[in-house]
Ligand binder design. Structure first.
Ligand code: ADP
Ligand code: MG
Length: 631
């Protein structure tokens, strides 16, 4: 839509209409949805008043898909069909899962899973990918939000750990698409937390976001200057969280039980789940109490009855607390900062409620951390604020978030070495180009292998994609000049292009990471999920068509009003005729016809758009519009 691209800064499509937008924290352990209501970001609750939706999906016997508390309660009874912490598997292949023996699901082994490299879990409802399982969680939150807000959502912001690589981000987007959500932006969780705390309203400062959730640890350092966030560094451990504390307590309990009973029978899956749940409850209880009793009966008849005190918990989990400090130190080093440079520390994630975590963070940074917002809600609250701004509900539409690449991006050169093109912690969006040349005389094609990671050898990095540049004119080795450009957008997603400079031959790839779903797989899944909801889909298409028709009519009218003088009267009239035609068509229930009329209006305004573009460029060059161009 050429015309829309140059609409005035700060002009939203429909200024008086509140557009429904939500922020979603798709967590490993718990997921939440929040929205901005009368200027306040609020978490939306379900019918029972729960804000947190446990990220647990159960495929029940009657074919029903159960999500949340009910699924969590049934977990020990039906472990193989009740999937929790699925976020750990997002964008991952079977070979990435190291301790498969400890996970109660039936993973499909590589021979079985030939059609797709993505990990699959065999459930009673058939083979399920982590993307499909996550989509169930998103669907539940979508339904909650639409019920609570009384309308269809225009868009969502979904948060991801700062440490997520390309494959994991893409998988998250795929899940949203399957759930029928329009993703406005993926946002790093720590950045969302900073927004929730309103750190963007402070004048200046450097902040640390320490996020210990159920399954991941992220530490990020954000700098705020003139209302703009920049993520200076991110680090973390994608396999460290509250779950590990539960596991530690579980092992401690087993030791106690084994000490007490001579002939202790090994645990089955059900007992393991049961004890892990008990361990979690004890851990959470000990945040505000001195001792916790762990009492339950195993399926073998063994009675477990042990008491854990708060000091004991501190003692047996001290190494886990310490483990969070090493990524913290690394992030500080990457950002080239010392403790004195930090203006505030924000705690995020349910596990940061534990007093000894708070103490460790305080000791490390030599200052008391910020905790006045609920640590497990803060990410969703910030995502909602961002979503609200992105759909244009805010008049001061100037919230600009700069994020960084979590890992370096590069390509393979001769000898299996990695040449880094975009170093880690570069601010996004970013584009970087580098020139390469041919290796052999007369070489006419070049294979480009894109990798992500910090190591020097390709074999130690994650392979993202490959493509070929063909049609290079035969030249002596080293004579051709091939410019490879890496572009990472605001969501952290990568595209790469290669161009031979003398002939202009070009090749381009949107990086679909390995373990991402193919376009065909997504289409098939969408077909399957829409089969039962064909009417919904039709209604949505009509709704979307009308929304975009409304937006374009509004911006064309505005453009004619402001810049109509750039074209002659006949041209103006021709555009007005198309606007009138589109307005008429938009009344009818035919999405296709509306889209066609939108397209015709776009065509009719092409020359006008070019004239406006020229006018705005010359205005900018003359220096008059510099302020309005700055963000
Ligand atoms: P995630 O971001 O991984 O979805 P959350 O931020 O919801 O996770 O944190 C979940 C973790 O927080 C779980 O391990 C849970 O046991 C822990 N947690 C929640 N409340 C408390 C509490 N009161 N004390 C200690 N840990 C808690
Ligand atoms: Mg979280």
């Amino acid at each position: 839509m050429a015309l829309l691209q140059i609409s005035e800064p700060g002009m939203s499509a429909a200024p008086h209409q509140h557009r429904l937008a939500v922020g979603i924290d798709l967590g490993t352990t718990n997921s939440l949805v929040a929205t901005v209501r009368s200027g306040m970001s609020t978490v939306l609750q379900d019918d029972h008043g729960h804000a947190l939706l446990p990220s647990v999906v159960r495929y029940a016997i009657n074919g029903e898909v159960i999500v949340g508390h009910e699924a969590q309660a049934q977990q020990s009874a039906d472990p193989a069909n009740t999937i929790s912490s699925v976020k750990r598997f997002m964008g991952r292949g079977i070979h990435d899962i190291v301790d498969r023996a400890h996970i109660p699901y039936r993973f499909v082994t590589s021979q079985q899973a030939q059609s797709s490299k993505m990990l699959q879990i065999d459930t009673r409802a058939g083979l399920k990918t982590p993307v499909e399982i996550s989509a169930e969680i998103l669907k539940t939150l979508k339904a909650r939000a639409e019920k609570s807000l009384g309308g269809e959502l225009v868009g969502v912001v979904i948060t991801v750990p700062a440490y997520f690589d390309d494959a994991q981000r893409q998988a998250t987007k795929d899940a949203a698409r399957l759930a029928g959500l329009n993703v406005l932006r993926l946002l790093n969780e720590p950045t969302a937390a900073a927004v929730a705390y309103g750190l963007d309203n402070a004048s200046e400062g450097t902040y640390v976001i320490y996020d210990l959730g159920g399954g991941t640890f992220d530490v990020s350092i954000l700098r705020l200057a003139k209302g703009v966030f920049e993520v200076l560094a991110t680090n973390g451990d994608s396999a460290l969280g509250g779950d590990d504390f539960d596991h530690r307590i579980y092992c401690w309990v087993l030791d106690k039980v084994r000490e007490a009973s001579k002939n202790f029978v090994p645990l089955n899956e059900e007992d393991t789940r049961l004890l892990l749940n008990k361990a979690r409850q004890a851990k959470e209880w000990l945040t505000d109490n001195f001792e916790a009793q762990i009492l339950c009966k195993l399926s073998t008849g063994t009675l477990v009855d042990v008491t854990l005190t708060a000091p004991q918990l501190v003692e047996i989990t001290e190494h886990l607390v310490t483990k969070t400090l090493s990524p913290t130190r690394k992030a500080m080093r990457d950002a080239n900062l010392s403790i004195e440079d930090i203006h505030g520390v924000v705690l995020v994630g349910g596990a940061t409620r534990m007093p000894h975590i708070r103490q460790a963070v305080e000791d490390f940074f030599k200052q008391e951390p910020l905790t006045n917002l609920d640590p497990d809600k803060v990410v969703a609250l910030g995502a909602a604020i961002q979503a609200n701004a992105l759909v244009g509900n805010r008049s001061d539409n100037d919230l600009l978030l700069l994020d960084v690449t979590p890992l370096s991006l590069g390509l393979e050169t001769m000898g299996g070495l990695v040449e880094k093109i975009i170093p880690r912690n570069s601010t996004l969006p970013i584009a970087r180009a580098q020139d390469f040349t041919t290796y052999k005389d007369g070489q006419t094609a070049m294979s480009i292998h894109i990798v992500q990671g910090e190591r020097e050898l390709v074999s130690d990095c994650r392979s993202l994609a490959r493509f070929d540049l063909r049609g290079i004119p035969p030249m002596a080795a080293g004579a051709a000049r091939i410019r490879v450009t890496f572009t990472v957008d605001a969501d952290g997603l990568l595209s790469v292009s290669a161009r031979e400079q003398s002939t202009g031959v070009e090749a381009h790839i949107e990086v679909k990471p390995s373990y991402g779903l193919t376009e065909e797989e997504i289409t098939n899944m969408l077909k399957a999920s829409f089969a039962s909801a064909a009417t919904d889909k039709k209604a949505r298409m009509l709704h979307e068509a009308r929304v975009s028709a409304g937006a374009i009519i509004q911006s064309v009218n505005l453009a004619l009003k402001n810049d109509g003088h750039l074209i002659n009267n006949a041209e103006q009239q021709a555009i007005r005729d198309e606007v009138a035609r589109l307005e008429a068509v938009a009344q009818a229930d035919d999405a296709h016809a509306i889209n066609q009329a939108v397209e015709k209006l776009n065509q009719a305004t092409e020359a006008f758009a070019a004239a406006r573009m020229n006018a705005s460029v010359s205005l900018a060059l003359s220096g008059k519009a510099i302020n309005s161009l700055e963000m």
